[in-house]
Design a protein around this ligand. Sequence first.
Ligand SMILES: *[C@@H]1O[C@H](CO)[C@@H](O)[C@H](O)[C@H]1NC(C)=O
Ligand SMILES: *[C@@H]1O[C@H](CO)[C@@H](O)[C@H](O)[C@H]1NC(C)=O
Ligand SMILES: *[C@@H]1O[C@H](CO)[C@@H](O)[C@H](O)[C@H]1NC(C)=O
Ligand SMILES: *[C@@H]1O[C@H](CO)[C@@H](O)[C@H](O)[C@H]1NC(C)=O
Length: 745
Amino acid sequence: MGIATARRIDNWVRCCQCLLVAWSWQLSIAASSKWDHIMDFDQNYRLQWTSTGQDITFEIQSRTQGFVGLGFSRDGTLADSDIVVGWMDDGQTRFQDRHIRAGSDGEPIIDPSQDYTLQALYQNHTHTVMRFKRNLNTCDNKDDFPITNDTMRVIFMYSKHKPDRGSLVLPDPLEAFKGSRSVFLTQRTNQHPLANEAHINILELRNMDVELPESDESLYWCKIFKLDDFQQKHHLVRYEPVFDSSTSVLYLNHIILYECQGLSNELEMLSRRHGQPCFQLKAAHCNTVVANWARGSDGFSFPQEAGYPLDSHQATYYLLETHYNNPDYSYDFSSFYRKNLSKQQRNMNIHNGHDGEDGNRDDDDVDDDAGNNHDEPDDYRDDDGEPEAEQQVVDNSGLKLYYTQSLRNFDAGVLSVGIDPNWRHIIPPGQEKVVSEGHCIGACTQQSFPQEGINIFAVMTRTHLIGRQVKLRQIRGNEELQPIVHDTNVDPSYQDYRWLPAPVKALPGDSLIAECIYDSSSRKSITLGGMTTREEICLVLTLYYPRQQALTSCHSLPSLPTVLHSLGIQELASGSNPVEISSPPELAGMTLEKRLTSYDWANQFENFQYVTRLGSFKPMCWANQMLPGIEMESYVTNITRHWKPMNLCRSIQTNMISEPVHDGSEPNMIDMPAMDDHESTNLIDTELKAKVTPRPGGSTYSQGGNRPTSGRSSGVSGRQEMAALRTLLATAILATTSTVVIRLI
Ligand SMILES: *[C@@H]1O[C@H](CO)[C@@H](O)[C@H](O)[C@H]1NC(C)=O
Ligand SMILES: *[C@@H]1O[C@H](CO)[C@@H](O)[C@H](O)[C@H]1NC(C)=O
Ligand SMILES: *[C@@H]1O[C@H](CO)[C@@H](O)[C@H](O)[C@H]1NC(C)=O
Ligand SMILES: *[C@@H]1O[C@H](CO)[C@@H](O)[C@H](O)[C@H]1NC(C)=O
């Protein structure tokens, strides 16, 4: 730790009471760039880009006199990648659209169809600059990779060398491949200077000397801030990360600022401390996300119409949650996809997005572990790697908030849609595609949204390690509208707000469905819902205006009957301990635990999936309290008009193969005609419900023309549920080899 760090600590200690560092900010940012987005992939490679709805223009600025390139692929490796390269050849520009086939020797082959247009290519003494344009979807499905709203894996390339004069043969193309990054290329806010804002203030909320994790444990650090200076309402209009140092950058995974409810003594006490690991903070009610930063993002700006209200009369305490990971152990998404690449290609890609060296990784590992444990962190240390210049042990990073007293037209709010993080969200092991859905039912939006609806302008999808696709579906009446967000290639380590340039309206009565698709093929035991990294979540956070107060969390959970039925269980023996199955007869006497560990996922998965998707669920709609009058049990809406994506390429280029390349969509199980199985579902539910006392004043409720419910609450007794829960948790713990912390929610 250098003297500078020590002094900084000293400063922070002195500044301890004044957690709020605010000062006036002059609008003196450098002249606005003509590019919407700028990203430095490493110290030698900057990418700038701007996209219209149809095409995208890039500029590479690379510190080299050799050739430069940019590429895209499904997984961030060179396998089946779309590559564009260029260089100066004795005053002439050379520029080609190329591709690399999986399983090849890695030679970029020139595409028969050239779909990139060069706009400028020049050099000065230090840099090569290449500007070019392409259609988002070039419709060259053979050799190009479409640029979509998905999380893109962007490959960056540069080389000291260039082809011999007049030649098109790239010298050592694999050496030029420097790595890849997960990036939203579209649906991204720009950080152009704030216009028309009379007076912008800045507030930095920073951690104080958080000890960085030394082991592979992630650290979730929670610090409470007291902001009692906002005597009148202000609007938060932008935020950005503040990094303590370049070491911090490597450790930081995400930073979330939550607003806390109420004015408890506990919050006051906590706000005087310098923070604690988050698991020690259970009692604090800090649920509303105000700001979110994820690795790879440069911040967020609100639309002109709205700002997030900061008002000490409404909220005084804020929680800053910082997720640190030791970069030596950090999860490497691309390791999933190291397939048939050469040793050199694999090595290049191991430090995806980092600039470390990968000297001593045992390559045999990579080959041998096919099919298992791919989702566990790479458990190795790079002893031969570059020694850190200074061993930083503490961190003071945080968020920089830009706020103004000149209020915008609307307050912005955050609504979370998805599955309540809970053990009832079960993901079977060994499956390439498990679909889980969280429902925000029409009855909840009906009660809480203003008459004219809400305008959703940003969306963040959240899953943990095995999440692969997330969609936020919108249903109005019986019609499904265009999904509000759809990412068919999520990167669990890159979760950030996506910007919707035209806000999407959601009306009272609309239902929203967060649909998450997981790949559990690497797991040998079930995965349960929950907040730890090994558990899974399925959440979509939406930012919208105007803000309403009744609903901040619109979640659901599979009902207990659905959970049991999905495991082929019709009835539990009442009073048994451990919990035993009494029906169907072939399972009678078996413990629930045995059922879970012996369930034949390989052959019965489809049935499990079918039942979980069509079974009843429990809506969970709340802000500071549960929304009143919502039924305990609900069913999926009967959708009669579906949304179909347009296939642009079919009409444009008839001579091309026009299959959507990475659509990822398969027949939607919910779209299937209702089957007789429905009836048996109801029968089983009824049997389970028979154990339950009728709900007081049990009225019938039907949503979207669905079957009426029986007017009784779902689920078996609380005691039995707790027993089942214990068993499930015990099973999950037993079945897991690595240590797992399961938190009861
Ligand atoms: C990888 O190699 C195996 C066996 O050599 C082959 O069957 C498979 O198709 C290859 N995969 C890819 C993505 O090239
Ligand atoms: C060369 O070009 C790069 C990229 O445009 C620029 O940053 C750099 O300042 C230029 N260097 C000189 C010496 O002009
Ligand atoms: C991408 O998102 C925008 C809205 O942000 C939408 O208009 C567009 O249709 C989406 N593109 C695709 C290919 O889904
Ligand atoms: C769903 O709607 C279709 C068309 O209106 C109808 O035929 C079908 O019976 C409905 N199914 C359910 C379960 O309500």
